[in-house]
Write a new protein. Sequence first.
Length: 196
Amino acid sequence: MATNIETNATRAPASDGECGEGFCLSELVEKIASLEAHPTFDELQEWLANVRVRSDELEPYVKFRPGTYVRTRVIRNSHVEMLVLCWRPGHYTSIHDHNGSYSSIRVIEGEMHETLYDFDGERGLCETASRAWSPGHVAVADIPDIHRIGNREGGAGDLVTLHCYSPPFDVINTYQHGSREIGELRPEEPREIERG
């Protein structure tokens, strides 16, 4: 991830619909739904840094399972896909890039661990850095960016993250440590929330 922004707001408590400073998750969804073009890299970063994520708005998207992390779609159109990912301790992605899309990830609860990699045609995939992101941090990835994220085994608890990708992707490039091979993976279709 290229940048780290520490926001002042972590997950906001449920309220009577007031978002206070910034804007609510539902207002961000409306903004994304009305887009007529891809947002800029800076816009995507700013949205996730400033959104007030209220518990009542987030609750329908929070779902865990024992074997792997859960991806739940908030919205997808031709310009942006927004997902909530829920991770138990020990859940990680594969090593991947975003296949031509840029991304922004906001840590809502828990601690997200990230390992960054560099791909060299001669040496293959090499680890370059590792770090942890706590609630309120926004990590962004420009193009190209190879990483692996997740919730450390033996960590303090569950991890909930909010992700935006532009443009949306259906296939990611995957990598193996020390290998010069690049694979492709179609991520599991996100869980959908029924809208009333």
